[in-house]
Design a protein around this ligand. Structure first.
Ligand SMILES: [Zn+2]
Ligand SMILES: [Zn+2]
Length: 216
């Protein structure tokens, strides 16, 4: 599986493009602003069939362009605890505009989710099995997508290279985040690559040894 990343939007949120080994199909993890107009032409140019858009959590900078991938035929996967944020973004408009006054009409697109995922679920995409772990704390519906065969996990904003997700946003919970990291991320094999929602990749082993916020 080939993985490419783009850092997009006002918060430099990572969108990942995953391409199958046979080079025929692809999936996307997270949809920051401009992800649609950046990735979709690339997908089309390469003649790839887009199968899934995986949403790590419902914050605006990860879901705002999901509708573009859904319209292009992707199945949309997310956690039900973020249902309102993803499917009814209008309910969050005032809150988002207070925090991010630069948002315009074009930035508010809800996206209908095809399949709700929960802790312990698994699904197949691009010929690989992905295990689903629920990692709340930064956001109630935070998900981690783990592919054992590829030794990698998409962690959203739960953990970063040398840092962890902020918990001062509405419904954030510091103790819950630490519990998620210790029980759901630090229990993955040490060599597992972690691909976060912002910044560069890291590994379980490195964070267990050096992360100053989340000690094992
Ligand atoms: Zn977030
Ligand atoms: Zn984020």
């Amino acid at each position: 599986m080939k993985i490419e990343s783009w850092s997009l939007g006002p918060f430099e949120t990572n969108a990942y493009l995953l391409t199958s080994e046979d080079g025929k199909s692809c999936a996307v993890v997270d949809a920051p602003r401009d992800a649609g107009k950046t990735l979709l032409p690339e997908i089309q140019k390469r003649g790839l069939k887009l199968t899934h858009i995986l949403i790590t959590h419902g914050h605006w900078d990860h879901m705002c362009d999901a509708h573009a991938f859904a319209s292009a035929g992707a199945q949309v996967l997310a956690h039900e605890d973020d249902q309102q944020m993803i499917e009814n973004i209008e309910a969050y408009r005032n809150r988002y505009q207070a925090m991010m006054p630069f948002l315009t009409e074009e930035d508010f697109h809800s996206c209908k989710v095809t399949q709700w995922l929960k802790q312990g679920d698994s699904f197949h995409a691009l010929g690989k099995k992905f295990e689903v772990r629920h990692v709340p704390g930064h956001c109630p519906g935070s998900l981690l997508f783990y592919c054992a065969e590829e030794k990698l996990a998409f962690t959203g904003d739960a953990i970063f290279n040398g840092s962890v997700g902020r918990t001062d946003l509405p419904n954030g919970d510091w103790h819950q985040l630490l519990k998620s990291i210790r029980e759901q991320i630090y229990t993955l094999p040490e060599e597992t690559h972690l691909l976060p929602g912002h910044g560069g990749k890291t590994s379980v082993g490195k964070e267990k040894k050096t992360n100053p916020y989340a000690r094992p």
